[in-house]
Design a protein around this ligand. Sequence first.
Ligand code: 13P
Length: 251
Amino acid sequence: MRQKLVAGNWKMHGSLAANQILLTALASQLERLNGMRSAVCVPFPYLAQAQTVLTGSCLAWGAQDVSQYEKGAYTGEVSASMLLEFGCRYVIVGHSERRALFGETDAVVAAKFAAALVAGLTPILCVGETLEERDAGRAESVIAQQLDAVVAESGMAGLAKSVIAYEPVWAIGTGKTASPAQAQAVHAFIRSKLAALDPDVAAALVIQYGGSVKAANAAELFAQPDIDGGLIGGASLDVDEFMAICHAAQG
Ligand code: 13P
């Protein structure tokens, strides 16, 4: 039985004062939930704060990106071992904003995924198609290509230690969620594609949905058989919204 995972992706939001209130409230309210896992992926400068506030709570934390390199002359980069020192369990790799705005290719994403695994972090691998790709009937082939790059580098043994997040680009920050049936169809495609390589790994793999998930639509998305929780952007910055989404993942 897969346990659902609800992870917040704060993106480039937050301040020390606002985070303190949000993290403290989430940590205390999440204590009463069980049967699901939760995490927040915060901007790098706030990892120490997350570690201080969340240590001992049931809310895990992580980062939103990681360098593909282990160490060295890579100005501005943050390594996987540095994230580990701040208690991170998760790191998002290949978010569509990084692919589209910062030029991350499938090869770079695969290298970052591998670097996270080597350090013992759990990568949350984001995949998803743009509206143009969907309209052209290419959603599945785009997602397959994104997955293939990672499988080629890390194998199904690597995938077994990761989380996948299906995030249709057209649903991110737009208020336009994929319908539960649309999302389920892609999740089932991802799972069956990976099952052809390793049925046990595919069956156990947590596949989150991301893209305008809110308290109002979380329950019906999470009720789909292949949707194992969510990667939450905007709604993860609001205690009540995030808590309601976590409750929906409890089933
Ligand atoms: P929104 O929930 O704000 O649409 O963002 C989704 C996302 O990109 C999570 O990684």
